[in-house]
Design a protein around this ligand. Sequence first.
Ligand code: ASP
Ligand code: MG
Length: 440
Amino acid sequence: MDIVKIMKFGGTSVGNPDRMRALIPLVTDKDRKIVVLSAMSGTTNNLVEITDLLYPGNVNEASSKIESLRAAYHQVVHDLFATDPFRKTGHELIDSHFDYINNFTLRVFTKLQEKAIIAQGELLSTSLFHQLLQEREIKSVLLPALNFMRIDKDGEPDYFYIEENVSRELRKHKSETIIITQGFICRNVYGEIDNLKRGGSDYSASIIGAALKVKEIQIWTDISGFRNNDPRHVENTKIIRELSFDEAAELAYFGAKILHPASVNPAREKNIPVRLKNTMDPEDEGTLVTSTSKLVDYKAVAAKDGISVLRIRSDRMLMAYGFLRKVFEIFEAYRTPIDMITTSEVAVSLTIDNPQYLNQIAQDLRELGTVEVEKNQTIICIVGDFRTERVGSAPEIFLALNTIPLKMISYGGSPNSLSLLVDSSDKIQALKLLSKHLFS
Ligand code: ASP
Ligand code: MG
C-alpha cells in the first residue's frame, strides 16, 4: 500500500500532553500516512542553550539546565500516560535521553556533540507519541529518520539516498497505517547526526512527501494557514484559501512564519499539494498550496524585518560593463545572499538580511565607489498578479502608501510579487494602509 499523505505536526501541536492526545483522532483515519513530528515547543531552544553553555565548558550551568529539562519531561510523562506500566517505560525513556545528553558534559565539545544533543528533541517527542498510541492500543510504528534522511556535502537533501532508504524502511512495515518519524534531524555525508536547520521539520515533511510521491503533504500548526496580512499588527486579516507554490514561497520567505521557505521546493518539484492545517481547529480547511491556484489582484502582504540596505554610487558604472559582477563577487566572497536590488545608470542599491559581514562588505565595496549603509529596514512583499503584460496593476499600492517614504521598489522581478523597502519604524503603518486599500 502506498503512503497517501504526510502529516507534519509542529512544536505547539505536540507542546503538552493535551495537545499530543488531541492528535490521536487526527492520525487514526484509514489513510496510510507518515506522521512527522517536531520537538515539543521550547525544547530545541532549551537544547541549543545547553550546547551554548557546553562550548565554553560551562558545565555546571549546563548540567542544571539539563536537569530542569529532564524534570519537565518527567512531568510530561506523568501527565501523558494513564497507566503505571507506560509511565514507568516513559520515565525510563526520559532518563535514557537525558543521561545521554549528560555524557557530553564530560567531553570535548564540538559540532558533532552539538548536533547529537539537539536531535534529542525530536527523538523524545516521537517516542512519547508512539508510546501514547501503544497505551491506547492503536497500532503504529516508529521509523527512525536517521535511517533514511541525509544531506549531501553542500547540506542539501540527498534525494536519491532518501528515496531509496525510506522506501526500503517502509517495505518492512507494509500493513501499518500510522508511521511516525522525526522531522528536522538527518545524517550528513559522514554519516554523523545533523539537522536541516531551525524550523526544518516542515522541510523534512516535504522532502519525504516528494520522495514517496504522496497525494498531499499536510503541515499542521496552531493557526489556520496563511493570512493575507500580519494579524499581530493588523485587524481583520483573512485566511488565504488557495496559493500557488510560488506565492507560498514568497510569503514564507517574506515573514509569514507558518511554513519553512525551503519546504515549498520538494513539493513543487513533484507537484504535490501542500495543505496548511490547524490542530486547534481541525475542521478548518486551512490553506491549500498547489500549482493550479488562480491569480488574484492582491492575495497577501508580508513583511521581513532586520534588513540592511547598501547603496553604491560610482561614475565608473556609467556605460560600463562588468561593474555589477564586481559588486556581486564581494557578496559572494562573504557568502551573503542579496534579497532586493535596484539600479540606475550610476548607482545600485542592494539589501541583505544577514548583517554578519555587513561592515566587511561595505569596506570592500568602497573600492568601487561611495557606499552608504542603512540598517533597520523592512521589506514589504505584496503577493498578487504582477505579470508584466498586465496593465494597471499596482496603483492601489502606491495610493495606499502615499504618506510613507518608499526607499526601494522592486517590480518585474517576479510575476507574483512586488516588494518595497521601508524604514522598520514605518512598517506597521504600511501594513495597515495596505490592508485597508487592498483587502477591504
Ligand atoms: N525542532 C526544530 C526547531 O525548533 C525543528 C522544527 O520544529 O521545525 O527548529
Ligand atoms: Mg515550524
